[in-house]
Write a protein that binds this ligand. Structure first.
Ligand SMILES: Nc1ncnc2c1ncn2[C@@H]1O[C@H](COP(=O)(O)OP(=O)(O)O)[C@@H](O)[C@H]1O
Ligand SMILES: [Mg+2]
Length: 597
């Protein structure tokens, strides 16, 4: 499908509206000839032939036609505006649905500002096209040829002379189209770029402030702003060059009429009334000519916008819902990674990962930054598809499972916490907006978030800003954990979820997780040994490979990377038993403090 065909598939649904609108425009245009005909009749029959009794009737006709044209114009405008808004609504909806289907890979590569431009500025160029440009072009072409035909019927020799400007008009039109195209593409690109810059700077304004980089950002913004202005000016340069050319051609028509028409009247081969009539038609020829430059401008804006939107829309997600998906309303939560490898952009990210975990077990994943921990979790949720091997949930390859069911069964607290600008309750109840408040509170209690939420000005009804502005890192993590817990998932993934909370809170959360532990499989990605030491299986990752796996005791005995990390974190303790005692004391302290809350 081409971009234009895609656009047409939306417009097609409004064919009746558009045709009706254009019919009205046709009537308005046809009625436009009444004025010149009446003017000609006034000269020939009223003024020259002296039939004054005709005058009131002619004037009444003119008034009637004027009112009728006004009414019809109003109706047609309403029709075009409605059609354009309806098309735009459907298009925005379709594009937005497609955006939601796109996978992580798409969003990794796309700039938010570009995507925003597609939904705003580019959409507006389309609205303008449907609401205004289509009927304007139609009306002008119609008026032009209609007037030409009418002039032919009055005096064909004169009409023929006027046709002399047509080839030149065509040449200038083609030339403007050819020269304008690349410049309009540049405008759209610069517009996206400016949008991206503004969007990133607004989102990242805290970093800008922290590093006192305001001046630097302003100068960068000015560059973007300059580039956008230059792009617009470059396009304006085209029409400023061509609009006078069309103006010249339209004036040529007036000159032809004045020169040849006057000679014809003087020689008596045409009446003065005919001259006045043709003069009355003249605007129907010159106006369209004057407008060509502007309309080409509009059409090019429109075509580049449709192409841009379609290019984004037509990108197919790599992670697709399977054609004949196995439904999985409620999964048990058995997970197996069999020879799983994943590479992106020719770079190997994880290699040959193998492990099996049964429902109700807990898996701890430890490894340095960039070792592939989040990637493994992303593969489990099918945010990406494996390059090699298979990820099995309840014995089924995740690629065969119903994608939405699979993700409904997984509760994930992501490493990069994102909160919506909504109430705290709304954020926690994101997966189950209709659940009772008690359930929300229970999840918050488990995530050790209830007490600080209740201390907030409006408690659970406090609006948290975009991305959770106004909350500390640990608070955001706990809200995100509560959100994952409320889902009551079969598989719970905590990707570095307790990194910003203190040890006591962490230990409290660990205990809470134990209470649900038998009902779901839990993956805990963490740097702290304390977060994962009780797991049934611990995976130690390095450079995308599992370098060690086993239980805490097994790995300590192994004296490998895990044991080294353990020594670094608990260096002051001589034996493992000593640590156990200490962590137990901490846990009981945490418990009692939690009870006090
Ligand atoms: N989709 C991707 N495209 C390109 N590189 C990726 C992608 N996903 C992960 N990576 C890279 O793979 C490495 C492992 O990432 P990640 O799993 O997030 O590490 P961890 O969570 O262990 O810190 C990083 O270097 C990251 O940049
Ligand atoms: Mg990570």
């Amino acid at each position: 499908m081409t971009a234009m065909k895609w656009f047409y598939s939306f417009l097609k649904k409004h064919t009746r509206g558009m045709v009706l609108g254009l019919l009205l425009v046709t009537v308005i245009s046809v009625l436009a000839i009444v004025k010149p005909v009446v003017s000609g009749t006034i000269v020939d029959d009223v003024i020259i032939a002296g039939r004054f009794s005709l005058l009131p009737r002619l004037i009444a006709l003119l008034i009637f036609i004027t009112i009728l044209r006004g009414g019809l114009r109003y109706l047609s405008q309403v029709i075009f505006e409605t059609c354009s808004q309806d098309v735009l609504f459907a298009m925005r909806d379709t594009v937005y649905r497609k955006l939601l289907q796109e996978d992580f890979d798409f969003y990794n590569k796309k700039r938010t500002g570009d995507l925003l431009s597609r939904q705003t500025g580019d959409m507006d160029a389309i609205r303008h096209f449907i609401a205004f440009v289509i009927y304007q072009v139609y009306e002008n072409v119609f008026l032009f040829f209609f007037a030409l035909i009418m002039i032919f019927t009055v005096k064909w020799q004169l009409a023929l002379c006027m046709c002399a400007v047509l080839p030149f008009t065509l040449l200038v039109t083609l030339s403007q189209r050819k020269n304008g195209r690349p410049r309009f593409q540049k405008i759209r690109e610069q517009f996206s770029s400016l949008n991206t810059f503004v969007q990133e700077n607004i989102s990242g304004n805290r970093v800008v402030k922290a590093f006192s980089k305001e001046d630097y950002e302003i100068s960068k913004f000015n560059k973007e702003n300059d580039a956008y202005r230059d792009a617009e000016l470059a396009a304006a340069e085209i029409w400023t060059k061509y609009v006078p050319l069309f103006e010249f051609l339209s004036n040529m028509l007036t000159i032809i009429l004045m020169l040849i028409g006057s000679i014809m009247v003087i020689r008596g081969s045409m009446t003065l009334g005919n001259y006045v009539t043709i003069n009355g038609y003249l605007w129907m020829l010159t106006n369209p000519l004057r407008q060509i430059g502007w309309r080409i401008n509009d059409i090019q804006r429109f075509t580049t916008s449709v192409e841009k939107i379609y290019a984004t829309y037509s990108e197919e997600p790599k992670v697709k819902h399977p054609d004949s998906a196995i439904p999985c309303k409620r999964l048990k939560g058995d997970v197996t990674f069999r020879n799983v490898s994943y590479s992106a952009d020719d770079e190997d990210i994880i290699h040959n990962i193998n492990f099996t975990v049964k429902s109700g077990q807990t898996v701890g994943i430890l490894g340095s930054t960039g070792s592939g921990k989040s990637t493994i979790m992303n593969l489990l949720c099918r945010f990406y598809d494996v390059t090699d091997g298979e990820v099995l949930v309840d014995g089924q390859d995740v690629r065969n499972l119903d994608l939405y069911n699979l993700r409904q069964n997984i509760g994930m607290a992501m490493q990069d916490v994102f909160l919506f600008s909504d109430t705290v309750e709304g954020n926690i109840a994101y997966s189950r907006p209709d659940c009772p408040f008690e359930a929300v509170q229970k999840a918050a209690v488990m995530a050790d978030a209830d007490h600080f939420i209740r201390e907030m000005p409006d408690g659970y009804d406090t609006i948290v800003g975009e991305r959770g502005v106004g909350l500390s890192g640990g608070q955001k993590q706990r809200i995100s954990l509560a959100r994952a817990l409320l889902k009551e998932p079969s598989i719970l993934i905590l990707d570095d979820t307790t990194s910003a909370v203190d040890m006591e809170t962490e230990s409290y959360i660990q205990k809470q997780l134990h209470t649900i532990g038998r009902k779901c499989t839990i993956f805990i990605v963490a740097y702290r040994i304390s977060s994962i030491k009780d797991a049934d299986l611990i995976l130690v990752l390095n450079n995308g490979r599992i370098v060690e796996q086993g239980t805490h005791e097994e790995l300590l005995k192994n004296k490998g990377y895990y044991a080294t990390v353990f020594r670094h974190q608990y260096g002051e303790f001589e034996t493992y038993e000593e640590i156990l005692n200490t962590t137990d004391q901490k846990s009981s302290r945490a418990k009692s403090s939690a009870e006090m809350r």
